[in-house]
Design a protein around this ligand. Structure first.
Ligand code: PRX
Length: 654
């Protein structure tokens, strides 16, 4: 692809072009892809509605661009290298490679299998799988049919899966018998079955055999089975398939993410803009070389992004971006510490990984486990290190740069969101000079604006405020599924004419951007977004809880931890039991990622006259600062503050 930037001067030039004439700039990038029909209008938008359309009138299939387009030039090149959970030790399961040709055949077969179940263009399909090649095949099979995938992270609870499946109106679910996670075997099918008891629209389930666990295969209506084995359905399908031509603005996927309210939002991305944006950002940020096809003497990089396909990073930089660019991706099913904390470094050594893209939480956790786990392995294949999902603090940045990158590899700290579709602010590897804890400069096409709370733009350098984006880029979300007004309210209403990110940011004296974290009621735990209201709703499900309030607090590994205050009825329960039960309730309702670190039982919560909880106080206390709560004169119950302080002091901390 000829749109790769190769120098700082080139970046500045492209950036200026993209601001002077954004539509023309992105049209030039879009020309590089295969369109069944060219678009009529490059860009049409109005942020007040909001309405954003890129490449209107264009017809294409994104999978044709990910796979078919590469078959002649790189059919025999690895597309996916799969490293299983149990890929090391005495009896390792071998890793598995799928070439572009093999991946194409599998996707075609899966498309036929879905079509036989009645899946048509525009239908939604829920995917609840571990990080195995079938997860990527399933996503691409949907997209090939013009169907809409909604991937739900395999660590989410049955209830969370049920809510998401129902919200997007999925008719088919793709899951697996089980999943391997470190030493554990997760009963995924059992969780899916439980979820489906409340999903009347789902008529068919495709089940991937992963662990071989005994699972019941259920019957559906009088004529059909509800559950079908994936391998059987694919075995009886043709390895070729005519991709459906979709409109550029047709939905590609729905991905649920947490916001300020209790209910997760189904962020919607569409085909054309997302394709152009993920491919462009992948190529330029990571500077990944994809060789010139099979047998090429030009070096081919191995790109390993550790994200699960249940998150946006797994959509944009495990699946679509790298495949659009014809790269080779590595996916790993397991956890960083199984069977020992050297596992990531062993995988890099074993597969000669050149690009490693992970989250600050993983970096900090591995740093804390000690450098002796790195020593046995050669990391000399590495060329680029990436980070995403939360602020990468200076200490972790230096450790990553020094111990993993051996001071040879640029660290690209990439800021973006589920809603932005792709990377927005980040250095270009080896091109943009980096600065620890700074995400540096916007990518071409991205116009960041820092505003104060009144919405006044803070121009120039050395300013701090709320981060907004001024102009649409091709990867911007188009709506929130089934509730367009919510999209407007959440992102386009605070500062008219701007997209509001929900993050605070600082521009330093040289114009480099540093992300300060969320300024709304969203907590970022280990790079996973959770709404405080969502966790409170879950806590309130416990019959003994009268009311609760959840805040984030600084956590040395996870970035932020979950700190909950609950007003409870203590009759017939001990405090210790209640704390444990409350934590379990949250795990049951949302999943283990939302388990509160701390639960404090309190007699009341600090409230203003209008009944609003004064979270500032709760946040200070959670951060260990009981000395300064600021102005509390508007509290209706100021005496409660001392009682909460006492409760915090008396309860044992983890
Ligand atoms: O607060 C920012 C943080 O993660 C949020 C987006 O979360 P999500 O939609 O789950 O997507 C995560 C993966 C793209 C942002 O609003 N965030 C993401 N990247 C960074 C970051 N904070 C600081 N530095 C980053 N590089």
């Amino acid at each position: 692809m000829s749109f790769t930037i190769t120098s700082l001067g080139g970046y500045i030039h492209e950036y200026q072009k993209s601001i002077l004439n954004p539509a023309q700039f992105w049209e030039q990038i879009a020309e590089e892809f295969f369109w069944r029909k060219r678009w009529d209008v490059a860009l049409s938008h109005d942020f007040s509605e909001p309405r954003v359309e890129w490449f209107r009138g264009g017809k294409l299939n994104i999978v044709e661009n990910c796979l078919d387009r590469h078959l002649f030039t790189r059919g025999d090149q690895p597309a996916i290298i799969f490293e299983p959970n149990n890929g090391t030790g005495a009896t390792p399961e071998p890793s598995r490679t799928l070439t572009y040709r093999q991946l194409h055949s599998e996707v075609c077969r899966a498309s036929h299998a879905l079509a036989r179940l009645g899946v048509q263009q525009g239908d939604r399909v829920a995917i609840y799988l571990p990080l195995i090649p079938e997860a990527i095949i399933a996503m691409l099979a949907c997209a090939r049919l013009g169907a809409v995938h909604s991937v739900v992270f395999g660590g989410f609870s049955p209830q969370a899966l049920r809510e998401r499946t129902n919200d997007c109106g999925a008719r088919v679910l793709i899951t697996a018998d089980g999943a391997y996670r470190g030493e554990k075997e997760v009963a995924l099918k059992a969780a899916a079955d439980e979820a489906l008891r409340g999903c009347p629209l789902v008529t068919d389930v495709l089940v991937v055999k992963r662990t071989g666990a005994e699972v019941p295969m259920m019957k559906g209506g009088p004529k059909d089975r509800r559950d079908h084995w994936w391998h059987e359905a694919l075995a009886s399908s043709e390895p070729t398939h005519e991709a459906v031509a979709t409109d550029a603005e047709d939905m590609l996927f729905v991905l649920y993410t947490s916001g300020s309210t209790g209910k997760p939002k189904g962020v919607v991305h569409t085909v054309g803009g997302y394709m152009v944006y993920t491919a462009y950002t992948f190529k330029n940020v990571f500077q990944c070389r994809s060789g010139h096809g099979s047998g090429s003497s030009i070096e081919r990089d191995i790109f390993w992004c550790t994200a699960d396909v249940g998150w946006i990073t797994g959509h944009s930089y495990v699946t679509y971006g790298p495949l659009l660019a014809g790269s080779t991706i590595l996916i790993y099913e397991g956890i960083p510490t199984y069977p020992d904390p050297g596992r990531y470094w062993e995988i890099i050594d074993k597969h000669h990984v050149t690009h490693f893209y992970t989250a600050p939480t993983a970096i900090r956790a591995l740093q804390a486990l000690g450098n002796e786990h790195i020593e046995p392995y050669h990391l000399s294949s590495l060329r680029v290190l990436g980070s995403v999902g939360e602020p990468l603090n200076e200490d972790a940045w230096h450790w990553y740069h020094h111990h993993i990158g051996k001071e040879r590899c640029p660290v690209v700290d990439t800021w973006w969101q589920t809603e932005t579709g792709g990377i927005m602010i980040a250095p270009l590897a080896g091109i943009t000079p980096t600065k620890p804890a700074h995400v540096t400069l916007p990518l071409p096409g991205v116009q960041p604006v820092i505003v104060d709370t009144n919405g006044t733009e803070l121009v120039g350098n050395s300013v701090e405020g709320n981060l907004c984006i001024r102009f649409p880029w091709p990867g911007i979300l188009r709506t929130t599924f089934g509730d367009h007004e919510r999209c407007r309210q959440s992102y386009f209403s605070q500062y008219p004419g701007l997209y509001f990110t929900g993050d605070g940011a600082k521009r330093d004296e040289n114009g480099y951007i540093r992300i300060l974290g969320r300024v709304d009621d969203v907590i970022n735990v280990s790079g996973h977004r959770l709404g405080t209201a969502e966790i409170e709703n879950a806590i309130n499900e416990h019959p003994k809880v009268l009311e609760s309030a959840v805040v984030g607090y600084p956590h040395p590994i996870k970035g932020e931890g979950i700190y909950a205050y609950a007003i409870v009825d203590l009759t017939d329960r001990s405090a210790d039991n209640l704390v444990r039960e409350i934590k379990e309730t949250v795990v049951r309702i949302i999943g283990p990622i939302a388990r509160p670190e701390v639960v404090i039982l309190v007699p009341g919560l600090p409230k203003t006259r209008s009944g609003k909880i004064m979270r500032r106080i709760l946040r200070s206390l959670a951060a260990g600062d009981a000395s300064n709560f600021g102005d509390t004169s508007t509290l209706i119950n100021p005496e409660i503050v001392e009682q909460i302080v006492a409760a915090v002091g008396s309860m044992s901390q983890p």
